[in-house]
Ligand binder design. Structure first.
Ligand SMILES: Cc1cc2nc3c(=O)[nH]c(=O)nc-3n(C[C@H](O)[C@H](O)[C@H](O)COP(=O)(O)OP(=O)(O)OC[C@H]3O[C@@H](n4cnc5c(N)ncnc54)[C@H](O)[C@@H]3O)c2cc1C
Length: 420
């Protein structure tokens, strides 16, 4: 007998798990299919921006984050490789109570969301369940085929949500034209012990170099080291000592911290990519998160935007189900509402890729100049922070702001903070 539900979500990542939980809290039946055998355990970037905190609060899980796995961070300093401080992002200037970034130990927030989903909708989350294809009636999607434990089964659903990441198979099955761009740089990620006691974030930019250091709970530090895509084996062949020496040359004050890297098993490599799709909706189906719009991690918003998608969609789904209308035209309201912020962040992150990742001395000079101006200009620095925090939907800088940031025009309102 075919299983029936209202919504099938493919992927229990940042977007899918939040959508499953939010639907369950509204009493809407859903099944979340996740190909992994259980909750994730790997290393990944874990900064909860203010918009993400707000969402977790609305879902009633923010206060369930384990205190020993979370750390509030107020200041992130942007510095030149070599030491000069260029500017500081001060989360304390944002509206309370979400006026901080929360750095969590790997997967800590995700585990809490999955646990809440398990409680709100027992049996809804299916691990080891791989999406195999869409079921259709005419052009309309009416369910999925799923493989679990070596068996294929069909699930009939009124709506199918593809939350299965940048390489989405749901998107492929929908036949939605997609541009998938893989950036030339990825990140070596490590979580280190920190005998040096780092309290504030540090982000070093150089010529073709980026090193991010973010304090985490339990005197740990996340380290992000930008390396060329596909170069992990070469980096390993150069040896641990070569990497550690490189980091020490960038920030000698954290030598003891860097020396807690003793095995490559402590590290992970994360590639970076961008997804642009011509549509996020079809008759009976929707894409959310990276499946619809993966972005470069400079935006610091990829996962947060997947969560915002989920919270936006959860407002629309009950209306669609009530009316019995899950057509692309009706689901398009979700896409129209979300595209502007997401595309703004994708564009911004791509500009940051050009200037932050550069090894070109002229671009690096301009970048450092912009960082320095932002460091002195409260108005511009607030706009950038608000964008990274996910609290702004429109582009932070117009043409005049860009000229001012580049130091080509004076800013008479440099001390006036405007909320976006
Ligand atoms: C280096 C780096 C640092 C980052 N830092 C941040 C940050 O600080 N803040 C932030 O907000 N974002 C950050 N991101 C981005 C963030 O990780 C992603 O944007 C986010 O995970 C997207 O969520 P998602 O739910 O759309 O997809 P994913 O999290 O990729 O989840 C997709 C899920 O679908 C499952 N799946 C895939 N195919 C199938 C299938 N066929 N059947 C069943 N299940 C399937 C996968 O196993 C996975 O669990 C970073 C990314 C990188 C690379």
């Amino acid at each position: 007998m075919m299983e029936r539900t209202d919504v099938v979500i493919v992927g229990a990542g940042g977007g899918g798990a939040v959508l499953g939980l939010a639907l369950a809290q509204k009493g809407i039946r859903n099944i979340v299919l996740e190909q992994a055998p259980g909750p994730p355990t790997g290393l990944r970037g874990e900064i909860l921006q203010p918009n993400g905190q707000q969402i977790l609060d609305r879902l009633g899980v923010l206060n369930k984050l384990p205190a020993d796995a979370t750390r509030s961070v107020r200041h992130f300093h942007f510095c030149k490789v070599g030491g000069e401080k260029l500017c500081t992002a001060d989360y304390g200037t944002l509206p309370p109570p979400y006026n901080r970034a929360i750095v969590t130990l790997p997967n800590a927030a995700h585990h809490v969301i999955l646990e809440a989903l398990g409680k709100a909708a027992p049996g809804a989350l299916r691990y080891g369940a791989t999406f195999k294809g869409l079921r259709r009636e005419g052009n309309r999607v009416v369910g999925v085929d799923v493989e679990r434990g070596g068996q294929t089964a069909a699930i009939s659903a009124r709506l199918v949500v593809g939350a299965d990441g940048a390489f989405s198979k749901v998107r492929e099955a929908l036949g939605i034209p997609t541009k998938l761009h893989l950036y030339r740089e990825g990140y070596l990620i490590v979580i280190l012990d920190s005998p040096d006691g780092l309290d504030e974030g540090r982000y070093f930019v150089g010529r073709g170099e980026i090193l991010g250091l973010f304090p985490a709970a339990g005197r740990k530090v996340y380290l992000f080291d930008m390396i060329p895509a596909g170069s992990m084996e070469r980096v390993k062949a150069q040896g641990l000592e070569a990497r550690i020496k490189k980091w020490i040359s960038i920030d000698p004050s954290l030598e003891k911290t860097f020396r807690t890297l003793t095995d490559w098993k402590q590290t992970a490599y994360m590639p970076t990519g961008r997804v642009k799709t011509s549509a996020w909706v079809a008759d009976g189906a929707v894409l959310i998160g990276d499946a619809a719009h993966a972005m470069n991690p400079h935006a610091s918003q990829g996962r947060m935007q997947a969560m915002v998608d989920a919270m936006t969609l959860v407002e629309l789904i009950p209306k669609c189900l009530e009316k019995g209308d899950v057509s692309a035209a009706t689901l398009g309201e979700f896409e129209r509402c979300r595209r502007p912020q997401v595309e703004m962040l994708q564009r911004l992150a791509d500009e940051q890729v050009i200037f932050w990742n550069t090894s070109n001395p002229v671009l690096a000079f301009l970048r450092d100049r912009v960082f320095r101006t932002i460091g002195r200009n409260r108005r511009l620095s607030y706009k950038v922070l608000e964008t990274t925090a996910g609290l702004r939907e429109t582009t932070p800088f117009g043409l005049l702001d860009r000229l001012m940031a580049g130091g080509f025009l004076p800013d008479p309102n440099a001390d006036k903070v405007e909320h976006g």
